[in-house]
Ligand binder design. Structure first.
Ligand code: URA
Length: 212
């Protein structure tokens, strides 16, 4: 794994192998969805690496011990709709007590600017680690807008988790939200004229939901 100040690129061989299958246009919706679930757990492992812990007193069958346990409020997973939902299932399996929120954004295909249509997040955002999830960090416009809304709702400690990122999206996020670390499985070459990541994997929402 390469650690950059603002970016964590998860180069684990399992992540890269699964991602290659997801990129392949012949991969079925069912397999795409399953792999997204599996990768989301591996990425969740990375993004939660520095969660604070404390200890609690327990009794093992052998003797008492002070054992590590997570500290503070339950973390908040925020899905940027609709493709973010594909990352939620795997992550909530790994972190079952996480609180869940949704930011509804769609991209105006003419202007490539985000349009908000839904916003619902847990209480006490200021006291939680907030992980915003969206498989594709493309232009960065909707991610920046979503993070703006999360900050307005009080969030102070935010991370952004995606599957693929473009250099443009990373730069846009860094300029707008330098305090928000990004975790991604790959940084691709760039964007095409429609704002799609290349080589990418196509439209993540369409591929996971079987729409066109
Ligand atoms: N959204 C997607 O689903 N794919 C892209 O390549 C860019 C944005």
């Amino acid at each position: 794994m390469t650690d950059l100040p603002h970016l964590t690129h998860v180069t684990h061989p399992l992540v890269q192998h699964k991602l290659t299958i997801m990129r392949d246009k012949r991969t079925s919706t069912a397999v795409f969805r399953q792999l997204l679930r599996e990768i989301s757990q591996l990425l969740a492992y990375e993004v939660t690496r520095e969660l604070p812990t404390t200890t609690k007193r327990i009794d093992t069958p052998m003797e008492p011990m002070d054992a590590p346990t997570l500290k503070g409020r339950k973390l908040a997973l925020i899905s940027i709709l609709r493709a973010g939902n594909g990352l939620l299932d795997g992550m909530t399996e790994l972190i079952p007590s996480a609180r869940i929120g949704f930011v509804g954004m769609y991209r105006d295909e003419e202007t490539l600017q985000p349009v908000q249509y839904y916003f619902k997040v847990p209480e006490h955002m200021d006291e939680r680690l907030v992980i915003a999830v969206d498989p594709m960090l493309a232009t960065g416009n909707s991610s920046v807008a979503a993070i703006d809304l999360l900050k307005k709702a009080g969030a102070k400690d935010i991370r952004f988790l995606c599957l693929l990122a473009s250099p443009e999206g990373i730069a846009t996020m860094k300029a707008a939200h330098p305090d928000v670390p990004i975790v991604t499985a790959a940084v691709d070459r760039g964007l095409d004229e429609r704002g799609y990541i290349v080589p990418g994997l196509g439209d993540a929402g369409d591929r996971m939901f079987g729409t066109k």
